[in-house]
Design a protein around this ligand. Structure first.
Ligand code: NIG
Ligand code: FE
Length: 401
């Protein structure tokens, strides 16, 4: 791989617009950052290296989409129409639509079909600067179909220039064959599915949908215990539709993140702070199900809980394939600031995956994963809606878009 000095750009190496370097340079050797700083300070040893100009762009670390359900069959536009006619998300789920309808389509799809459908959602994310992504299972809900989903996620990571982190979300919904037997299904998740999938190297973390239409606190805790026995970190879909105390439970298990959080209370915020659990906010889901309860942003700020932003890309609550669009939604709907949302898709998102040593920041010795943006100011990343802004996306020193 060629050594290169990138020059003629402005650098936001931590994803924090309050810490930038104007007229910067970045030396890359073997795909890793060998040096970065102000162009005028570039050490003599790099002077003879081949140079590439970024034409005055702004450079950020590659973006991290830390909460997605990218791999699934079908789509749910019909359910969207039902909701437009007045049904709530919860009502649709109770009538047998919702997650379970995607489970049918996902079970029916071949691995190749799932791969094709998911790749079509991944490509636009890569084109807008995403170099690391989390992908959850949870639309298979039996061992074979969860395995198929996670294998497709891993395969996407091999075929595409993006680091994929997999999360086993077997406890996403109750599959029809376990109707009325939720505890038996949790046994299956804990004693059969999780051990088998973990043995196959398909699981980087474990997630639970803790909710009235998902699983109870006690059931969630059993899944967390099973994850702990395997030394796997946990995450939780918590307080999305109601306040059930899930975030505090997640914090007790040192969860990497608790996600959604519209109904989170102060006790939950305090517990998350104490445990170092990241608050992953999902403005696409808030918007798409026309939620009106805002997540407790001021409490999260006051307690200093790190906030991440993600697409939640999924067919039911956030059919989104743009993380950059989420920056605008998070600012507009949640009143987050530009520095908050940019940290939310870089350093804080990496932390929500337990991967802050690898992603979310550009530093000497780390992989040269970055996006170069054709903008005059970083605020434009949260300002434009739907306008392609990447001039170039680089992963491990190679231009991938
Ligand atoms: O993150 N809340 C649970 N899971 C997904 C939605 C799943 C679906 O409706 O298909 C979410 O919102
Ligand atoms: Fe989700």
């Amino acid at each position: 791989m060629n050594d290169t000095v990138w020059h003629n750009f402005h650098l936001c190496a931590q994803g924090d617009p309050d810490r930038t370097i104007a007229d910067a340079a970045l030396a890359v050797r073997d795909g890793k950052v060998a040096w970065l700083g102000a162009q005028r300070d570039l050490p003599g040893e790099f002077a003879a290296w081949p140079r590439e100009s970024l034409s005055g762009a702004w450079v950020t670390p590659g973006l991290v989409d830390c909460h997605t359900h990218l791999v699934y069959g079908g789509q749910r536009a019909d359910e969207f129409a039902l909701r437009l006619a007045g049904a709530s998300y919860e009502e649709v789920a109770k009538r047998g639509g919702g997650i379970v309808s995607t489970v049918r389509a996902t079970r029916a799809a071949s691995e190749a079909e799932l791969l094709g459908a998911s790749a079509a959602r991944l490509e636009p994310l890569i084109a807008e600067g995403v170099t690391a992504i989390e992908i959850k299972s949870g639309y298979g809900l039996d061992l074979a179909s969860e395995r198929k989903t996670l294998r497709v996620a891993r395969e996407l990571g091999r075929r595409y220039p993006v680091s994929v982190y997999t999360t086993f979300l077997g406890a996403h919904a109750l599959p029809p064959e376990f109707a009325g037997r939720a505890d038996d299904y949790i046994d299956e998740v804990c004693n059969t599915m999780l051990p088998a999938l973990a043995d196959e190297g398909l699981v980087d973390a474990v997630d639970v949908f803790c909710e009235r239409i998902g699983f109870s606190l006690a059931q969630s805790e059993r899944v967390f215990e099973a994850a702990a026995r395997r030394n796997l970190p946990v995450k939780m879909h918590a307080e999305q539709l109601s306040n059930g105390g899930g975030a505090a439970l997640a914090a007790r298990y040192r969860a990497l993140s608790a996600d959604h959080l519209e109904f989170l209370d102060e006790a939950g915020v305090a517990a998350m702070k104490e445990a170092g659990t990241v608050a992953v906010l999902l403005p696409g889901a808030y918007y798409f199900i026309r939620e009106t309860q805002l997540p407790p942003i001021d409490l999260l700020r006051r307690y200093g809980v790190p906030i991440a932003i993600s697409t939640d890309s999924n067919p039911g609550t956030s059919p989104a394939t743009s993380l950059v669009a989420m920056l605008n939604l998070a600012c507009t709907l949640f009143r987050l600031t530009v520095p908050e949302v940019l940290k939310g898709v870089t350093q804080h998102a990496a932390r929500a995956l337990g991967q802050e040593a690898r992603h979310g920041e550009l530093a000497v010795g780390r992989a040269a994963d970055f996006a170069a943006w054709s903008v005059d100011t970083l605020a434009e990343l949260a300002y434009w809606i739907g306008r392609p802004l990447t001039q170039r996306v680089v992963r491990a020193g190679e231009t991938v878009y």
